[in-house]
Design a protein around this ligand. Structure first.
Ligand code: C5P
Length: 296
């Protein structure tokens, strides 16, 4: 087990759950090029972890299955450090030097939050660690500067996001959903997927009747799936194998390439994940379940 914390130092730990777009409708485009969305989002128990402790000077370290991919990118581009710097500007003198450790368990550039989830966990974690009085709304404004998905990752509970992702309505009655996440470990560029989208003015999510989650999900879609499949045909293979493993509904999350399959029970999800791992040992495959209800 990796440990970077000096003996006796107080550590703040913050989970960075994966973000799943259960449905994503592209309803328009802003004049600055960003797309308007109507997206149903939830979060999973699977995710990255941020650990923070005081240090003589700022530091940053990474461990976990996907640490190497991030280490190859320049540190300056890391959203964790951008989040730290932005919050420090807002926090002033209370923002003492910190060592931040990122346990990178989620594949990078994969449509399930990744960098946005890490940035959001850094903002939440540092707000606690520095004990600063910044309201959720202000934290979301800071988050939006880092990426369109950061405000929803800050909320980390089932929600519908509109605008480019910043107009959030939380949902308190979504059940816990067993899932398998699968990714062929080939990245897809988000701007490229949006660029290839044929129709940018699609219908929004339909109205949901009470207690009818599966029919509601079945009626919805991810508008980014067709352009993403054109860029990366492996996504077809991912969806096919999830379906053959018994998923009730299969869909891509975000701009891909991670797809999820919904299963009846966590046991079903675990055995489907075992089957997929045997079939495609070089993929990222993870059985997990969503975090239901309001954020704790
Ligand atoms: O905001 P973020 O850095 O996550 O977005 C990456 C890219 O994805 C943007 O530069 C933009 O090209 C595209 N995007 C978009 N509409 C959104 C979100 C992202 O066009 N709502």
């Amino acid at each position: 087990m990796f440990s970077h914390k000096p003996v006796g130092a107080v550590e703040t730990t913050e989970a960075a759950p994966a973000k799943i777009n259960l449905a994503l409708h592209v309803t328009g485009q802003r004049t600055d090029g960003y797309h308007l969305l109507d997206t149903l989002v939830t979060f999973t128990e699977a995710g990255d972890v941020i650990r923070i402790h005081d240090a003589p000077g700022d530091g940053f370290s990474i461990s976990g299955s996907f640490a190497d991919v991030l280490r190859q990118a320049t540190t300056k581009e890391n959203l964790v450090l951008k989040a730290r710097d932005l919050l420090r500007e807002a926090a002033g003198a209370r923002a003492r030097p910190v060592a931040i450790h990122l346990e990178k368990n989620l594949p990078v550039s994969s449509g399930i939050g990744g960098g946005s989830a890490d940035a959001a966990a850094t903002l939440r974690g540092l707000r606690r660690h520095w004990n600063i009085d910044i309201a959720d709304a202000e934290l979301a404004e800071i988050g939006l500067k880092l990426g369109a998905d950061v405000p929803m990752c800050l909320a980390r509970q089932p929600l519908i996001a509109r605008g480019i992702g910043e107009d959030i309505s939380t949902i308190d009655d979504m059940p816990v959903i067993p899932l398998v996440l699968a990714n062929p470990l080939k990245g897809v560029s988000t701007p490229e997927v949006f660029k290839r989208l044929k129709s940018k003015t699609n219908p929004p999510l339909e109205h949901r009747d009470d207690n009818t989650w599966m029919p509601f999900l079945t009626k919805s879609r991810n508008d980014l799936e067709i352009p993403a499949r054109k860029i990366l045909p492996d996504i077809d293979d991912v969806c096919d194998l999830l379906r053959k493993a018994g998923a009730q509904l299969v869909r891509m999350s975000g701009s891909g390439a991670t797809c999820f399959g919904i299963f009846k029970t966590i046991e079903d999800a675990k055995s489907a994940a075992d089957q997929l791992r045997r079939q495609r040992p070089d993929w990222y495959v993870q059985a997990t379940k969503t975090i239901g209800g309001p954020a704790r």
